[in-house]
Design a binder for this molecule. Structure first.
Ligand code: NOJ
Length: 602
């Protein structure tokens, strides 16, 4: 116990010494679906309090002790060197057509004559906690996920991300495969705790982490692939969580900016697109403990407040330091479509969804510098801290482009008891957003196009373990157009994540069943076609698409039981072998036929 000491003796539900870590440690809240919506934020909040912890020994020995005390043993990686992929990377012969071409058009023949703009970024995405593995290697510090995944039941299949895809060692293989199918961009995220194992600004830098990501960036460029770097994708450093409650404390702001500055200076010139935060609505729910003085209603909004300040300060430093390129954060979820288009209450309910889900961060950062009026009218300053005028001026305009993790769109309606009755009743299950969306009520009519019993689904349904996801291609263009209208930027808009969990993929017995991911392929072909039409026919400034995901990976609380990869990963093989699925090969064919530098007759 030499590295940490309790700075206060009052420990929530536990005892006053470290015994509570074993006996009274709060069980992290299970969050089964990652693409959670704003209405559920209070329901999936933290479950217990702990008192702040300070760190005294930040040496390598101290770090080892920190891991031992809080996380325990981690699974060793089966590979500890970086294999060099063959060049040129061999691509399999494309799969034969799945259906006759009078029913399904081959990818290269979709939308003949349509071309992507010359600077379009077409690629794939991963995130550190989900892909890298090697969680303890070369001086990395623990994250809240390294800690929380040890609790039985926290991860549906009781796995951890200790090894994951081992992207930490297999990044060259993965980037070479991305390049081989034609991709020109790789969006990945950094582990804050690889750079600063203890997270806090006055603690040691881990040079090995800085060097590692430098290799990833350089290797990507060597393959003709542009690296897009995200600073934070939910991997809150455990040290920051224990010291002051992570995003619940304003102390996170300067610690995050310190980390960001280090990264900016290290890779300036080698990265042209930067992202501060991935899906900030999620940053609070994925935290797992509740600092003293906050209840679970207030907590997500306190986190939102601190996160907006951290984003704004990071972007100001980025600009002051004259770092090259553009910077923004990634929004998520959808704006919504009124269930009954001519019904004003449904329209109001839909706008409430849009504001709580996307506007809450986008409105201050892109437009006004302040929270959306609609939300300020609902939430008192005791719940949602207010920005003062100088903060408002500081926050406004701190993004150069818009990025949306736009997996789907969906219908929204008013709650059965009406919006007003809900808005004023904090105990209402739909408070504060006060609407009903299709996937939260899968047994009600909103999952369907029409209200008849057993009506048609809103789109092809993904794996039943991912109930929020359908292939809603019909909304792609209006959704992106609306976002651009609401949050205009000079840098345009990126579909910074989109993807599909093929139904029952993890239950399939043979690899030839897995690689034939027809539902995912249909999703990507229809979304990419809509994106292309959005650019060419509608003039929407869509600048790039980053598919989720390059390979199967650790899907947060679902562990490895749900697969989003366009490539299969054999977790039982000692090399964590990757296999191309139909979807990635079809995407490559689609892109190669529609990129502006090819003359395919298209
Ligand atoms: C968006 C998140 O950014 C990513 O981490 C997650 O795996 C996908 N949604 C799929 O749920």
């Amino acid at each position: 116990m030499s590295t940490i000491s309790i700075s206060s003796t009052s420990v929530g539900s536990g005892t006053d010494d470290l015994g509570w870590i074993q006996t009274g440690l709060p069980t992290p809240t299970t969050l089964l679906s990652t693409n959670i919506d704003a209405a559920s934020r209070t329901a999936t909040g933290p479950v217990a309090s702990h008192s702040p912890i300070t760190f005294e020994d930040t040496s390598a020995h101290g770090l080892e002790q920190f891991w031992d005390d809080w996380v325990g043993p981690v699974q060793e990686p089966p590979i500890t060197t970086v294999p060099l992929p063959p060049q040129p990377y061999p691509l399999p012969v494309g799969p034969p057509p799945l259906y006759p071409d009078f029913y399904t058009i081959p990818p290269k023949d979709i939308l003949p004559g349509y071309k992507f703009p010359s600077d379009f970024l077409f690629g794939w995405a991963t995130a550190a906690q989900q892909w890298e593995g090697a969680v303890k290697a070369d001086g990395k510090g623990p994250t809240i996920w390294d800690w929380a995944s040890r609790f039985p039941g926290f991860i549906a299949d009781n796995t951890t991300s200790d090894v994951g895809d081992l992207g930490y060692y297999l990044y060259k293989e993965d980037i070479a495969r991305l390049a081989a199918v034609g991709g020109n961009v790789y969006s990945f995220t950094l582990f804050w705790t690889r750079i600063y194992p203890w997270a806090l600004a006055n603690t040691p830098l881990n040079q090995a982490g800085v060097d590692h990501y430098r290799d990833v960036i350089d290797y990507a460029w060597s393959q003709g692939v542009e690296p897009v770097v995200t600073l934070f994708h939910w991997d809150t450093p455990l040290a920051a969580q224990l010291a002051y409650g992570g995003f619940a404390s304003e102390r996170i702001v300067d610690d995050f900016v310190n980390y960001a500055e280090t990264v900016f200076k290290a890779y300036n010139g080698s990265v042209h697109k930067w992202v501060t935060f991935n899906e900030p609505v999620m940053a609070a729910p994925v935290n797992s403990t509740l600092p003293p003085g906050l209840n679970s209603t207030v907590y997500p909004y306190t986190c939102s407040y601190n996160l907006v300040l951290a984003h704004a300060k990071t972007v100001h430093r980025f600009r002051e330091l004259n770092i090259q390129g553009e910077i923004a954060f990634k929004s998520d979820n959808f704006l919504g479509v009124p269930w009954r288009s001519d019904n004003t209450t449904d329209q109001e309910a839909t706008e409430r969804h849009a504001q709580y889900q996307i506007g809450i961060f986008a409105e201050p950062i892109y437009n006004t510098g302040d929270w959306p009026e609609l939300i300020k009218n609902d939430l008192s300053p005791e719940i949602l801290p207010r920005f003062n005028q100088s903060q408002i001026d500081y926050i406004r305009g701190t993004a150069d482009f818009f990025a949306i993790d736009g997996y789907r769109d969906g219908y929204v309606t008013a709650p059965p008891n009406g919006i007003d009755a809900c808005r004023t009743n904090i105990s209402d299950p739909n408070w504060p957003v006060c609407n009903v969306k299709e996937w939260t009520s899968s047994l009600t009519f909103l999952s369907f196009f029409d209200s008849t019993p057993f009506g048609w689904g809103i789109g092809d349904f993904a794996d039943p373990k991912v109930p929020w996801l359908q292939n809603t291609w019909q909304f792609v263009r209006p959704f992106l157009a609306d976002l651009v209208k609401r949050y205009p930027t000079k840098g345009g808009i990126y579909l910074s994540e989109f993807g599909f969990a093929e139904p029952y993929e993890n239950e399939k017995q043979f690899i030839y069943q897995v690689t034939e991911d027809a539902g995912r392929t249909a999703y990507y072909m229809s979304y990419l076609g809509e994106v292309l039409k959005g650019i060419v026919d509608d003039g929407i400034p869509i600048k790039g698409t980053f598919a989720w995901s390059l390979v199967d990976n650790f899907e947060w609380n679902s562990g490895f039981s749900t697969r989003f990869g366009t490539q299969y990963v054999d977790y039982n093989s000692p090399t964590l072998a990757r296999t191309f699925k139909r979807s990635i090969l079809s995407m490559g064919q689609f892109w190669n036929a529609h990129r502006c530098d090819t003359d395919s007759g298209n």
